[in-house]
Design a binder for this molecule. Structure first.
Ligand SMILES: Nc1ncnc2c1ncn2[C@@H]1O[C@H](COP(=O)(O)OP(=O)(O)OP(=O)(O)O)[C@@H](O)[C@H]1O
Ligand SMILES: [Mg+2]
Length: 405
């Protein structure tokens, strides 16, 4: 349906065009040209708040420069997937095809240095989400950023992170030596106009009449730019608003007998547009009163599905004595809880978008991975606090009292 198409275009990770990132994309392209193509080792450090398009920009440029990068070994690694900071070494070694078995930390480091300074084509290493290595990873980061400076190195390194103080603390050490340190590229939060252009650019790919009303789109861009300038959040809000209208329309069409005619014949008609009411509802769910340690308790109770998800998380936390579970596991438990309560359950994709809302309210934290099922969900509030905030003693109490289904 038009709603599914809208959700799909709002979801794409690497769009064709990155509005408002022309300068940054050009800088990355220039860096690749000066280093990879010119066979000069070096490093680039990209920093910016979440959702400012760092990953999208680098992926886009790598994709667009494919032809210039032929014959070059490139490795892209997301540090989120690593179990510890030091796990970055075996991960890189493995990607480079080096044997890792039986090698201790020291030996592995030596093998990596030897491989990176051996004769051969240039190597491009992209390390995304460097923050995930944690604050105790200074020596690890230092080692990595030293690689392009080793005599005879053939490494070109691009590191992406949220925190700028990675440069101030760790990379300051690199800057003190006479060898050139990493080049720094900052991604600023998006402005209202940029967010509007991004949302508009996505939805424009759909033919037919617009699914989202222009004033609703502008409203979303204004609110999100005022809080964080995070394109991911703006896209999430719109997707969620589309979902609300979709559910609404679906429940109404179930009540009405079909009027005959093939619904597939008019695939792009928009039964109901997504307007200000839905977008502002999602925005207040996301940015409204925050629940959380010390913060005010939300006055609007949580929507039912979110309550069910929190209950399931509480049950799992209690049962497994851990505050962190995977989304897959949570979704399984939640589905069973729903079945037992004779309520319908949402699918895993929608589950993730509801969890994103709960994350914005400080109830839990998500660590995203490529595979949605493996996304880590951690409870951020105490059981009592969560129960209190859910404000539905009857339902919550009964679910929790019955234990894991
Ligand atoms: N200029 C843009 N045009 C279109 N879409 C964009 C733009 N910038 C970001 N996006 C989209 O917003 C989402 C978040 O962007 P991205 O993942 O690149 O952020 P990030 O800076 O890497 O964030 P994080 O620090 O959390 O990793 C993605 O879906 C991306 O496609
Ligand atoms: Mg990223």
């Amino acid at each position: 349906s038009c709603y599914q198409q809208a959700k799909r275009v709002l979801h794409t990770a690497v769009p064709e065009r990155l509005h408002g990132r022309e300068r940054e994309a050009a800088a990355v392209r220039q860096f690749l040209r000066e280093h990879v193509a010119a066979r000069r080792p070096g490093s680039l450090y990209i920093a910016g708040a979440p959702g400012t398009g760092k990953t999208a920009c680098v992926s886009r440029v790598l994709h667009d420069c494919k032809d210039e990068l032929v014959g070059i070994r490139s490795v892209v690694l997301n540090c989120m997937a690593l179990s510890s900071a030091h796990a970055v070494f075996p991960a890189v070694a493995e990607q480079l095809g080096l044997p890792t078995a039986g090698a201790g930390g020291r030996e592995l480091a030596r093998r990596l240095e030897r491989a990176l300074t051996a004769k051969g084509p240039m190597l491009l290493l992209v390390l995304d989400e460097l923050d995930q290595l944690g604050s105790r990873a200074q020596d690890v980061l230092y080692t990595i950023f030293e690689w392009p400076r080793l005599p005879g190195s053939r490494l070109v390194l691009i590191g992406l992170a949220n925190a700028l103080d990675l440069t101030e603390r760790v990379l300051a050490r690199l800057h003190t030596s006479p060898l050139p340190g990493p080049r720094l590229l900052r991604f600023a939060p998006y402005s209202r106009e940029e967010l509007a252009a991004i949302l508009h650019g996505r939805l424009q790919q759909l033919r037919g009449s617009p699914v989202l009303e222009p004033n609703a789109l502008q409203f979303c861009a204004r609110k999100v730019s005022a809080v964080s300038g995070d394109a991911r959040k703006a896209l999430d809000v719109c997707r969620r608003a589309v979902e609300l209208v979709e559910l609404d329309v679906r429940s109404q069409t179930l009540l009405q007998p079909p009027l005959g005619g093939d619904p597939a014949a008019t695939p792009c008609s928009v039964p109901k547009r997504v307007g200000l009411p839905q977008v502002s509802r999602v925005l207040s769910e996301v940015f409204g009163e925050r629940m959380g340690p010390g913060g005010p308790v939300a006055h609007d109770a949580f929507p039912l599905q979110q309550k069910l998800l929190v209950c399931s998380l509480l049950l799992l936390a209690r049962h497994l004595h851990t505050r962190q579970v995977t989304l897959g596991k949570l979704h399984d438990t939640y589905s069973r809880v729903c079945r037992r309560q004779q309520l319908s359950a949402v699918d895993q994709a929608e589950c993730l978008s509801l969890l994103t809302l709960l994350e914005s309210r400080g109830v839990l934290e998500l660590r995203r991975t490529k595979d949605t099922r493996l996304t880590k969900v951690s409870l951020k509030v105490e059981e009592e606090e969560a129960q209190h905030a859910l404000q539905d003693v009857a339902l919550v109490g009964s679910i929790l009292a019955r234990g894991l289904p």
